[in-house]
Design a protein around this ligand. Structure first.
Ligand code: GLN
Length: 530
């Protein structure tokens, strides 16, 4: 038996998407800053098995862990706030658990019993929480429950964490409920009724939270906290008013200055003062008034939901803070992009993506950067469009990827070995960490500061090495392969100042305090040109 771990459960009421993930991650960051080891887990009541097939426009980015789990973007927050690498064990979806339960039923493992949400699904949720926490052997395991309390599909999860606290001891479990308080413009008041109802809902399921985080767009008066305290039965010092912050990385410090600091310190036993200097440094960088500003054009098709490119945006911000420059991300709609849009920015970035829509705009962006020595960073699809642009420049005017033009004569990007027929199926892409070898002396090796690297992946197509001569003629050389030489992992334009692209997703490994070298390289190259 390992040590007795402490559990913090974060649930939400009123609305989803109001910052449960950031709250959970920030409580974790605060505890880490007090010396605790922290692990995290997101439980999602969806009947999906993973987040791989979810529409990014609705759900935001699909975050990929080192072991290749396709997860909710909240795992990205956890990795960035806690600077840890998570695995499949931190992503628990109802669909995955049910899938296994039904397989067990078919295998005759239930010995004639009826299989039910309670106790079977609730039991497997508790086992998943126990396994995730015990494997990490952390001091504190934080569990965020997706959705809002009262959602039909989430009921088994709420029941499961209630039972979990009964089994493991209520004093080993802390419940934090995140609610939202709307401001009604016509009467000029904050309305606490939905939050009160959300607390009643949670109580109705047998959980009285220890703390409530009250989210609002603008600062709410103390009377709001008093009301929620009184009607929710929670001590006022454990009700934290949390209006939108200028940056999410301020939240650990806001929590540290609130009554929740004492609550989590007493609960975990980590009483010492938190060392938040790394976060304070980011705040200083963020609020300083830099003399320079870099405008990065992000050429994308989901420009109405920034969450779709969350890790890319965070990686750019981290690199700009590191270089002490201002940053403006200008969204360029790949479907309507013109040279004028490309000309108006200091650097171009083409992020990952799937499907044909907007693809010509992305190829044009890569071509523009290649021809005009504009700093360029291509991520996964961003490498593939760069290769297509170079092949077209070399004279293969119909060069394409078979993903977008299945019958193209010049398939400079084509489906990876063993992937044919798996299009649109779940969990079948090339996923997670893979090593690559960079050419010594290349710009990429210099940018990384080494030649052996490991990055996370999520793709089905690859560069067709039959066309390397044409691609080179068009201005791009391969500067990194998989160790067996079979897959092109990195390309760069030797004639340009900074034109680099990778088949991987380096954005997932960037941290606010440790920006990724490829993003730093992009910002640096853009500053040099100023
Ligand atoms: N659609 C491309 C592929 O499957 C690129 C994927 C990505 O950008 N993540 O290979």
């Amino acid at each position: 038996m390992g040590k007795k771990q402490k559990y913090i459960f974060v649930t939400g009421g009123v609305l989803s998407g109001v910052g449960k993930g950031v709250t959970a991650a920030s409580i974790g960051a605060l505890l880490q800053a007090k010396g605790a080891t922290v692990s995290v887990q997101k439980c999602d009541p969806y009947l999906n098995v993973d987040a791989g097939l979810l529409n990014p426009r609705e759900h935001g980015e699909c975050f990929v862990t080192r072991d290749g789990a396709e997860t909710d973007l909240d795992l990205g927050h956890y990795e960035r706030f806690l600077d840890i690498e998570l695995t499949q064990k931190s992503a628990t979806l109802a669909g995955r658990l049910l899938f296994n339960l039904i397989a067990d039923e078919r295998a005759g493992k239930f010995g004639g019993q009826t299989v039910q949400l309670v106790p079977h699904l609730t039991q497997s949720i508790q086992e998943a929480i126990l396994k995730s926490s015990q494997d990490s052997n952390s001091d504190v395991h934080i569990v965020e429950i997706g959705g809002t309390v009262g959602d039909y599909e989430g009921l088994s999860f709420i029941e499961a964490i209630r039972e979990f606290s009964q089994r493991n001891g209520r004093d080993h479990c802390l419940f934090v409920h995140v609610v939202y308080v709307p401001f009604i413009g016509t009467s000029k008041e904050f309305k606490t009724k939905p939050a009160q109802n959300a607390l009643n809902d949670l109580r109705g399921f047998g959980i009285v939270p220890d703390a409530v985080v009250v989210r609002s767009d603008d600062p709410a008066p103390i009377s709001v906290a008093r009301k929620i305290s009184l009607f929710g039965g929670i001590p006022e010092e454990n009700v934290l008013l949390m209006p939108n912050a200028d940056t999410i990385y301020r939240v650990p410090m806001i929590i540290e200055k609130s009554g929740l600091n004492k609550l989590v310190s007493d609960f975990t036993g980590f009483q010492n003062k938190a060392n938040l200097s790394a976060w304070e440094k980011i705040m200083r960088q963020q609020s300083s008034k830099p003399k320079t500003k870099v405008v990065v054009g992000l050429v994308a098709k989901y420009i109405d939901n920034e969450d779709t490119y969350m890790s890319v945006v965070e990686a750019l911000k981290a690199a700009a803070w590191h270089e002490k420059t201002g940053l403006e991300i200008r969204w360029i709609n790949a479907e309507t992009a013109t040279k004028k849009d490309f000309k108006a920015v200091d650097a171009l970035l083409v992020p990952g993506g799937f499907g044909k829509r907007g693809i010509e705009g992305k190829i044009d962006a890569a071509r523009y950067a290649l021809d005009n020595n504009v700093p360029y960073l291509g991520l996964c699809l961003g490498l593939q469009v760069a290769v297509i642009a170079a092949a077209r420049k070399a004279g293969l005017v119909d060069a394409n990827s078979t993903e977008f033009e299945p019958k193209t004569k010049h398939d400079v990007v084509y489906i990876m070995n063993g992937q044919a027929g798996k299009e649109s199926t779940g969990g079948t892409l090339r996923l997670g960490d893979y090593p690559a070898k960079l050419t010594a002396g290349s710009l990429l090796a210099k940018t990384y500061g080494k030649t052996d690297i490991v990055e996370r992946h999520r793709h089905r197509y690859e560069v067709n090495q039959k066309y390397l001569a044409e691609i080179e003629k068009g201005g791009l050389i391969v500067s990194g392969y998989s160790p067996d030489g079979k897959l092109v992992e990195f390309v760069e334009a030797p004639k340009n100042t900074y034109f680099v692209a990778t088949q991987a997703h380096p954005e997932f490994k960037s941290r606010p305090t440790k920006p990724h070298p490829l993003f730093v390289g992009l910002i640096k190259a853009s500053l040099v040109k100023k």
